[in-house]
Design a protein around this ligand. Structure first.
Ligand SMILES: Nc1nc2c(ncn2[C@@H]2O[C@H](COP(=O)(O)OP(=O)(O)OP(=O)(O)O)[C@@H](O)[C@H]2O)c(=O)[nH]1
Length: 396
Protein backbone atom coordinates (compact mmCIF):
# COMPACT_ATOMS: atom_id res chain seq x y z
CA UNK A 1 0.00 0.00 0.00
CA UNK A 2 2.81 2.25 0.95
CA UNK A 3 4.46 1.60 -2.46
CA UNK A 4 1.23 2.42 -4.27
CA UNK A 5 1.00 5.84 -2.54
CA UNK A 6 4.66 6.66 -3.37
CA UNK A 7 4.05 5.60 -7.01
CA UNK A 8 0.98 7.86 -7.31
CA UNK A 9 2.85 10.83 -5.79
CA UNK A 10 5.85 10.35 -8.17
CA UNK A 11 3.51 10.03 -11.16
CA UNK A 12 1.64 13.25 -10.22
CA UNK A 13 4.96 15.08 -9.79
CA UNK A 14 6.28 13.88 -13.19
CA UNK A 15 3.06 14.92 -14.96
CA UNK A 16 3.24 18.34 -13.27
CA UNK A 17 6.86 18.92 -14.37
CA UNK A 18 6.00 17.80 -17.94
CA UNK A 19 3.05 20.24 -18.15
CA UNK A 20 5.23 23.06 -16.79
CA UNK A 21 7.89 22.48 -19.45
CA UNK A 22 5.61 21.96 -22.45
CA UNK A 23 3.04 24.76 -22.08
CA UNK A 24 5.37 27.82 -22.48
CA UNK A 25 6.93 26.20 -25.57
CA UNK A 26 3.50 25.81 -27.08
CA UNK A 27 2.72 29.42 -26.23
CA UNK A 28 5.82 30.47 -28.08
CA UNK A 29 4.98 28.27 -31.06
CA UNK A 30 1.62 29.94 -31.27
CA UNK A 31 3.14 33.42 -31.30
CA UNK A 32 5.62 32.32 -34.04
CA UNK A 33 2.86 31.18 -36.33
CA UNK A 34 0.54 33.98 -35.41
CA UNK A 35 0.90 36.33 -38.41
CA UNK A 36 -2.32 38.22 -37.87
CA UNK A 37 -1.54 39.78 -34.52
CA UNK A 38 0.95 42.62 -35.06
CA UNK A 39 2.01 44.38 -31.86
CA UNK A 40 1.20 48.07 -31.96
CA UNK A 41 -1.20 47.47 -34.88
CA UNK A 42 -3.59 44.63 -34.01
CA UNK A 43 -3.09 44.81 -30.27
CA UNK A 44 -1.21 46.87 -27.70
CA UNK A 45 2.48 46.05 -27.50
CA UNK A 46 3.28 43.76 -24.65
CA UNK A 47 6.21 42.09 -22.92
CA UNK A 48 8.09 39.65 -25.20
CA UNK A 49 6.71 41.22 -28.41
CA UNK A 50 10.16 42.18 -29.51
CA UNK A 51 11.51 38.72 -28.87
CA UNK A 52 9.72 37.56 -31.99
CA UNK A 53 12.46 36.22 -34.31
CA UNK A 54 13.16 38.47 -37.35
CA UNK A 55 11.49 37.53 -40.60
CA UNK A 56 14.79 37.00 -42.32
CA UNK A 57 16.04 33.77 -40.90
CA UNK A 58 18.35 32.61 -43.64
CA UNK A 59 21.95 32.50 -42.66
CA UNK A 60 24.78 33.14 -45.03
CA UNK A 61 28.02 31.35 -44.72
CA UNK A 62 31.44 32.33 -45.97
CA UNK A 63 33.16 29.89 -48.25
CA UNK A 64 36.21 29.98 -50.48
CA UNK A 65 35.46 30.09 -54.18
CA UNK A 66 38.42 29.01 -56.31
CA UNK A 67 39.23 31.41 -59.17
CA UNK A 68 40.02 30.02 -62.58
CA UNK A 69 43.71 29.93 -63.45
CA UNK A 70 44.83 32.85 -65.64
CA UNK A 71 47.48 32.42 -68.26
CA UNK A 72 47.68 36.17 -69.13
CA UNK A 73 51.25 37.24 -69.54
CA UNK A 74 52.53 39.88 -67.06
CA UNK A 75 53.52 42.21 -69.89
CA UNK A 76 50.03 42.00 -71.39
CA UNK A 77 48.53 42.65 -67.96
CA UNK A 78 50.79 45.71 -67.53
CA UNK A 79 49.64 47.02 -70.87
CA UNK A 80 46.00 46.47 -69.92
CA UNK A 81 46.30 48.57 -66.78
CA UNK A 82 48.72 51.25 -67.99
CA UNK A 83 47.56 54.58 -69.43
CA UNK A 84 48.15 54.78 -73.18
CA UNK A 85 50.87 57.26 -74.09
CA UNK A 86 49.59 60.13 -76.22
CA UNK A 87 51.25 61.50 -79.31
CA UNK A 88 51.14 65.31 -78.94
CA UNK A 89 50.53 67.63 -81.86
CA UNK A 90 53.70 69.13 -83.43
CA UNK A 91 54.38 72.71 -82.34
CA UNK A 92 54.81 73.97 -85.87
CA UNK A 93 51.81 75.86 -87.18
CA UNK A 94 50.03 75.82 -83.83
CA UNK A 95 49.63 79.57 -83.74
CA UNK A 96 47.91 79.38 -87.11
CA UNK A 97 45.49 76.77 -85.74
CA UNK A 98 44.88 78.89 -82.65
CA UNK A 99 44.62 82.17 -84.59
CA UNK A 100 40.84 82.13 -84.63
CA UNK A 101 40.87 82.17 -80.80
CA UNK A 102 43.19 85.11 -80.85
CA UNK A 103 41.01 86.87 -83.43
CA UNK A 104 37.93 86.23 -81.33
CA UNK A 105 39.39 87.57 -78.11
CA UNK A 106 41.20 90.51 -79.71
CA UNK A 107 38.48 91.66 -82.11
CA UNK A 108 38.02 94.97 -80.30
CA UNK A 109 41.69 95.74 -80.73
CA UNK A 110 42.24 94.59 -84.31
CA UNK A 111 38.94 95.38 -85.96
CA UNK A 112 38.44 98.48 -83.83
CA UNK A 113 41.75 99.94 -84.99
CA UNK A 114 41.09 99.03 -88.61
CA UNK A 115 37.71 100.68 -88.73
CA UNK A 116 39.05 103.82 -87.07
CA UNK A 117 41.98 104.06 -89.48
CA UNK A 118 39.72 103.53 -92.50
CA UNK A 119 37.57 106.57 -91.71
CA UNK A 120 37.39 109.20 -94.41
CA UNK A 121 38.66 111.89 -92.10
CA UNK A 122 41.38 111.14 -89.58
CA UNK A 123 40.84 114.10 -87.27
CA UNK A 124 42.12 114.62 -83.71
CA UNK A 125 39.08 112.89 -82.22
CA UNK A 126 39.74 109.79 -84.30
CA UNK A 127 43.41 109.72 -83.24
CA UNK A 128 42.28 110.01 -79.66
CA UNK A 129 39.95 107.06 -80.13
CA UNK A 130 42.82 105.06 -81.61
CA UNK A 131 44.93 105.95 -78.61
CA UNK A 132 42.17 104.88 -76.20
CA UNK A 133 41.73 101.58 -78.00
CA UNK A 134 45.43 100.82 -77.68
CA UNK A 135 45.58 101.85 -74.03
CA UNK A 136 42.57 99.75 -73.09
CA UNK A 137 44.28 96.75 -74.71
CA UNK A 138 47.10 97.16 -72.13
CA UNK A 139 49.68 98.25 -74.68
CA UNK A 140 51.11 100.76 -72.22
CA UNK A 141 51.49 104.51 -72.49
CA UNK A 142 54.87 104.72 -74.18
CA UNK A 143 54.29 102.12 -76.91
CA UNK A 144 50.84 103.64 -77.57
CA UNK A 145 52.29 107.10 -78.11
CA UNK A 146 55.02 105.72 -80.33
CA UNK A 147 52.57 103.78 -82.47
CA UNK A 148 50.12 106.66 -82.84
CA UNK A 149 52.97 108.97 -83.81
CA UNK A 150 54.19 106.59 -86.52
CA UNK A 151 50.70 106.02 -87.86
CA UNK A 152 50.01 109.77 -87.98
CA UNK A 153 53.23 110.38 -89.93
CA UNK A 154 52.46 107.62 -92.40
CA UNK A 155 48.87 108.80 -92.77
CA UNK A 156 50.14 112.23 -93.79
CA UNK A 157 52.63 110.87 -96.27
CA UNK A 158 50.85 107.81 -97.66
CA UNK A 159 47.12 108.58 -97.31
CA UNK A 160 45.12 105.92 -95.52
CA UNK A 161 41.91 106.41 -97.47
CA UNK A 162 41.92 102.89 -98.86
CA UNK A 163 41.01 100.23 -96.25
CA UNK A 164 43.47 97.72 -97.69
CA UNK A 165 46.30 100.19 -97.44
CA UNK A 166 45.31 101.15 -93.90
CA UNK A 167 45.39 97.49 -93.00
CA UNK A 168 48.82 96.88 -94.45
CA UNK A 169 50.32 99.96 -92.77
CA UNK A 170 48.80 99.00 -89.41
CA UNK A 171 50.08 95.46 -89.81
CA UNK A 172 53.62 96.64 -90.56
CA UNK A 173 53.69 99.01 -87.59
CA UNK A 174 52.25 96.48 -85.18
CA UNK A 175 54.73 93.79 -86.25
CA UNK A 176 57.58 96.28 -85.76
CA UNK A 177 56.25 97.15 -82.32
CA UNK A 178 55.88 93.51 -81.23
CA UNK A 179 59.36 92.82 -82.60
CA UNK A 180 59.74 90.56 -85.61
CA UNK A 181 63.47 90.05 -85.17
CA UNK A 182 63.63 88.98 -81.51
CA UNK A 183 65.09 85.56 -80.77
CA UNK A 184 62.09 83.68 -79.43
CA UNK A 185 63.51 80.16 -79.41
CA UNK A 186 63.26 78.33 -76.10
CA UNK A 187 66.75 77.00 -75.41
CA UNK A 188 66.21 73.29 -74.96
CA UNK A 189 69.17 71.78 -76.80
CA UNK A 190 71.17 69.16 -74.95
CA UNK A 191 74.79 70.13 -74.17
CA UNK A 192 76.35 67.29 -76.07
CA UNK A 193 79.98 68.11 -75.36
CA UNK A 194 79.31 68.39 -71.63
CA UNK A 195 77.05 65.37 -71.63
CA UNK A 196 74.18 67.08 -69.80
CA UNK A 197 70.65 68.13 -70.57
CA UNK A 198 69.40 71.69 -71.06
CA UNK A 199 67.63 73.03 -67.97
CA UNK A 200 64.56 75.24 -68.12
CA UNK A 201 63.38 76.86 -64.90
CA UNK A 202 59.72 77.87 -64.96
CA UNK A 203 58.74 80.61 -62.50
CA UNK A 204 55.64 82.64 -61.79
CA UNK A 205 52.85 83.21 -59.33
CA UNK A 206 50.57 80.25 -58.61
CA UNK A 207 47.42 80.21 -60.64
CA UNK A 208 49.00 81.84 -63.67
CA UNK A 209 49.16 78.46 -65.40
CA UNK A 210 52.71 77.52 -64.49
CA UNK A 211 52.26 73.77 -63.94
CA UNK A 212 49.99 73.55 -66.99
CA UNK A 213 52.64 75.36 -69.04
CA UNK A 214 55.36 72.94 -67.94
CA UNK A 215 53.08 70.04 -68.94
CA UNK A 216 52.23 71.61 -72.30
CA UNK A 217 55.88 72.47 -72.97
CA UNK A 218 56.82 68.84 -72.26
CA UNK A 219 54.33 67.85 -74.98
CA UNK A 220 55.86 70.32 -77.45
CA UNK A 221 59.27 68.77 -76.79
CA UNK A 222 58.02 65.18 -76.95
CA UNK A 223 56.44 65.99 -80.33
CA UNK A 224 59.97 66.95 -81.43
CA UNK A 225 61.24 63.56 -80.19
CA UNK A 226 63.14 65.03 -77.25
CA UNK A 227 63.74 63.10 -74.04
CA UNK A 228 62.32 65.15 -71.20
CA UNK A 229 62.48 64.92 -67.39
CA UNK A 230 60.08 66.94 -65.24
CA UNK A 231 61.01 68.30 -61.81
CA UNK A 232 58.11 68.90 -59.42
CA UNK A 233 59.91 71.53 -57.36
CA UNK A 234 56.61 73.18 -56.39
CA UNK A 235 56.64 71.10 -53.21
CA UNK A 236 54.34 73.56 -51.48
CA UNK A 237 51.18 72.01 -52.83
CA UNK A 238 50.88 68.22 -53.17
CA UNK A 239 48.18 68.59 -55.83
CA UNK A 240 50.57 70.54 -58.06
CA UNK A 241 53.05 67.65 -57.86
CA UNK A 242 50.34 65.12 -58.81
CA UNK A 243 49.11 67.41 -61.58
CA UNK A 244 52.60 67.59 -63.08
CA UNK A 245 53.10 63.82 -62.75
CA UNK A 246 49.87 63.26 -64.69
CA UNK A 247 51.00 65.59 -67.47
CA UNK A 248 54.23 63.58 -67.66
CA UNK A 249 52.52 60.19 -67.64
CA UNK A 250 50.27 61.17 -70.53
CA UNK A 251 53.29 61.53 -72.80
CA UNK A 252 55.55 58.97 -71.13
CA UNK A 253 57.83 61.49 -69.42
CA UNK A 254 59.21 60.79 -65.90
CA UNK A 255 58.62 63.26 -63.05
CA UNK A 256 61.09 63.61 -60.19
CA UNK A 257 59.24 64.51 -57.01
CA UNK A 258 60.00 64.87 -53.33
CA UNK A 259 57.83 64.41 -50.28
CA UNK A 260 55.29 67.13 -49.51
CA UNK A 261 57.18 70.11 -48.11
CA UNK A 262 60.54 68.77 -49.35
CA UNK A 263 63.27 71.26 -50.21
CA UNK A 264 62.48 72.40 -53.78
CA UNK A 265 66.18 72.94 -54.49
CA UNK A 266 66.97 69.32 -53.69
CA UNK A 267 64.10 68.07 -55.91
CA UNK A 268 65.43 70.23 -58.76
CA UNK A 269 68.99 68.98 -58.14
CA UNK A 270 67.83 65.33 -58.17
CA UNK A 271 65.85 65.90 -61.37
CA UNK A 272 68.86 67.32 -63.19
CA UNK A 273 70.94 64.41 -61.89
CA UNK A 274 68.31 62.00 -63.24
CA UNK A 275 68.41 63.90 -66.53
CA UNK A 276 72.19 63.51 -66.72
CA UNK A 277 72.10 59.80 -65.84
CA UNK A 278 69.29 59.01 -68.29
CA UNK A 279 70.93 61.15 -71.01
CA UNK A 280 67.79 63.28 -71.36
CA UNK A 281 67.72 66.28 -73.68
CA UNK A 282 65.99 68.68 -71.33
CA UNK A 283 64.84 69.02 -67.72
CA UNK A 284 61.83 71.27 -67.03
CA UNK A 285 61.64 72.56 -63.47
CA UNK A 286 58.27 73.70 -62.06
CA UNK A 287 58.62 75.99 -59.03
CA UNK A 288 56.29 77.47 -56.40
CA UNK A 289 55.28 81.11 -56.63
CA UNK A 290 53.21 81.34 -53.48
CA UNK A 291 55.72 83.29 -51.46
CA UNK A 292 54.85 86.04 -49.10
CA UNK A 293 57.68 88.49 -49.64
CA UNK A 294 60.15 89.41 -52.30
CA UNK A 295 62.97 88.34 -49.98
CA UNK A 296 61.38 84.91 -49.64
CA UNK A 297 61.01 84.57 -53.35
CA UNK A 298 64.56 85.69 -53.93
CA UNK A 299 65.85 83.18 -51.36
CA UNK A 300 63.94 80.25 -52.80
CA UNK A 301 64.50 80.87 -56.51
CA UNK A 302 68.09 81.90 -55.89
CA UNK A 303 68.74 78.69 -53.99
CA UNK A 304 67.09 76.48 -56.63
CA UNK A 305 69.17 78.12 -59.34
CA UNK A 306 72.42 77.91 -57.37
CA UNK A 307 71.89 74.26 -56.49
CA UNK A 308 70.98 73.28 -60.07
CA UNK A 309 74.04 75.12 -61.31
CA UNK A 310 76.28 72.67 -59.49
CA UNK A 311 75.50 70.50 -62.53
CA UNK A 312 75.92 73.38 -65.03
CA UNK A 313 74.25 76.69 -65.99
CA UNK A 314 70.49 77.03 -66.30
CA UNK A 315 69.65 77.59 -69.97
CA UNK A 316 66.32 79.32 -69.71
CA UNK A 317 64.25 81.03 -67.01
CA UNK A 318 60.68 81.33 -68.27
CA UNK A 319 58.31 83.65 -66.46
CA UNK A 320 54.67 82.59 -66.76
CA UNK A 321 52.20 85.50 -66.70
CA UNK A 322 48.41 85.39 -66.86
CA UNK A 323 47.39 87.82 -69.64
CA UNK A 324 44.00 88.41 -68.02
CA UNK A 325 45.51 90.03 -64.92
CA UNK A 326 46.60 93.21 -66.74
CA UNK A 327 48.50 95.62 -64.50
CA UNK A 328 48.74 93.00 -61.76
CA UNK A 329 50.64 90.81 -64.21
CA UNK A 330 52.96 93.70 -64.97
CA UNK A 331 53.67 94.16 -61.27
CA UNK A 332 54.50 90.44 -60.97
CA UNK A 333 56.80 90.72 -63.99
CA UNK A 334 58.64 93.56 -62.28
CA UNK A 335 59.19 91.59 -59.04
CA UNK A 336 60.31 88.40 -60.78
CA UNK A 337 62.54 90.42 -63.09
CA UNK A 338 64.33 91.84 -60.05
CA UNK A 339 64.64 88.46 -58.33
CA UNK A 340 65.85 86.23 -61.15
CA UNK A 341 67.30 86.71 -64.65
CA UNK A 342 64.23 86.03 -66.74
CA UNK A 343 65.15 84.98 -70.29
CA UNK A 344 61.67 84.57 -71.76
CA UNK A 345 57.99 85.13 -71.06
CA UNK A 346 55.08 82.73 -71.45
CA UNK A 347 51.77 84.61 -71.65
CA UNK A 348 48.90 82.32 -70.72
CA UNK A 349 45.12 82.73 -71.11
CA UNK A 350 45.44 85.07 -74.05
CA UNK A 351 42.24 83.42 -75.29
CA UNK A 352 40.38 84.93 -72.36
CA UNK A 353 41.23 88.61 -72.72
CA UNK A 354 40.98 91.43 -75.24
CA UNK A 355 44.17 92.92 -73.86
CA UNK A 356 46.69 91.56 -76.34
CA UNK A 357 48.73 94.74 -75.96
CA UNK A 358 50.30 93.18 -72.87
CA UNK A 359 52.64 91.27 -75.19
CA UNK A 360 54.38 94.53 -76.05
CA UNK A 361 54.10 96.03 -72.56
CA UNK A 362 55.68 93.09 -70.77
CA UNK A 363 58.50 92.74 -73.29
CA UNK A 364 59.33 96.41 -72.71
CA UNK A 365 59.17 96.02 -68.96
CA UNK A 366 61.56 93.07 -68.79
CA UNK A 367 63.54 93.57 -71.97
CA UNK A 368 63.03 89.90 -72.92
CA UNK A 369 60.78 88.37 -75.57
CA UNK A 370 57.47 86.58 -75.21
CA UNK A 371 58.44 83.08 -76.32
CA UNK A 372 55.19 81.19 -76.00
CA UNK A 373 51.50 81.94 -75.60
CA UNK A 374 48.69 79.92 -74.04
CA UNK A 375 45.46 80.06 -76.01
CA UNK A 376 43.23 77.57 -74.25
CA UNK A 377 42.94 74.81 -71.69
CA UNK A 378 43.55 72.01 -74.17
CA UNK A 379 46.78 69.99 -73.79
CA UNK A 380 48.15 71.31 -77.09
CA UNK A 381 46.95 74.90 -76.76
CA UNK A 382 50.41 76.35 -76.09
CA UNK A 383 52.04 77.88 -79.16
CA UNK A 384 55.50 79.22 -79.92
CA UNK A 385 55.08 82.98 -80.31
CA UNK A 386 55.58 84.62 -83.67
CA UNK A 387 55.11 88.38 -84.15
CA UNK A 388 53.63 88.19 -87.66
CA UNK A 389 51.22 85.37 -86.88
CA UNK A 390 50.15 87.20 -83.75
CA UNK A 391 49.44 90.47 -85.57
CA UNK A 392 47.61 88.61 -88.34
CA UNK A 393 45.47 87.05 -85.62
CA UNK A 394 44.69 90.51 -84.25
CA UNK A 395 43.71 91.86 -87.65
CA UNK A 396 41.71 88.83 -88.84
N1 LIG B 1 41.85 79.49 -70.94
C1 LIG B 1 43.08 79.16 -70.58
N2 LIG B 1 43.31 78.57 -69.39
C2 LIG B 1 44.57 78.24 -69.05
C3 LIG B 1 45.66 78.50 -69.90
N3 LIG B 1 46.80 78.08 -69.28
C4 LIG B 1 46.41 77.58 -68.08
N4 LIG B 1 45.08 77.67 -67.93
C5 LIG B 1 44.28 77.25 -66.78
O1 LIG B 1 44.68 77.97 -65.62
C6 LIG B 1 44.43 77.21 -64.45
C7 LIG B 1 45.62 77.27 -63.50
O2 LIG B 1 46.69 76.57 -64.08
P1 LIG B 1 47.84 75.89 -63.20
O3 LIG B 1 48.83 75.35 -64.16
O4 LIG B 1 47.31 74.99 -62.18
O5 LIG B 1 48.44 77.15 -62.44
P2 LIG B 1 49.81 77.22 -61.61
O6 LIG B 1 50.32 78.60 -61.79
O7 LIG B 1 50.76 76.19 -61.98
O8 LIG B 1 49.36 76.95 -60.16
P3 LIG B 1 50.00 75.84 -59.21
O9 LIG B 1 49.68 74.50 -59.83
O10 LIG B 1 49.33 76.05 -57.91
O11 LIG B 1 51.48 76.07 -59.17
C8 LIG B 1 44.08 75.81 -64.95
O12 LIG B 1 42.69 75.64 -64.87
C9 LIG B 1 44.52 75.82 -66.40
O13 LIG B 1 43.77 74.95 -67.21
C10 LIG B 1 45.40 79.14 -71.17
O14 LIG B 1 46.27 79.44 -71.97
N5 LIG B 1 44.09 79.44 -71.45
Amino acid sequence: MEYVVIGVVVTVLLVGVAVFLVVPGRRQDQSETDTTGRPGVDHSPGVDDDTTPPVEQRRRSVSDVPLPDTDIDDAVLDEMVSVPVERPEPAEGRLVRLRSRLAKSQSTLGRGLLSLLSRDRLDDDTWEEIEDTLLSADLGVEPTQELVERLRTRARVESLADAEQARSILREELVALVGADMDRRVRTDRHVSENRPAVVLVVGVNGTGKTTTVGKLARVLVAEDRDVVLAAADTFRAAAVDQLTTWGERVGVPTVRGDEGADPASVAFDAVKTGIESEADVVLVDTAGRLQTKANLMDELGKIKRVIERHGPVDEVLLVLDATTGQNGMAQARVFGEVVDVTGIVLTKLDGTAKGGIVVAVQRELGVPVKMVGLGEGADDLAPFDAEEFVDGLLE
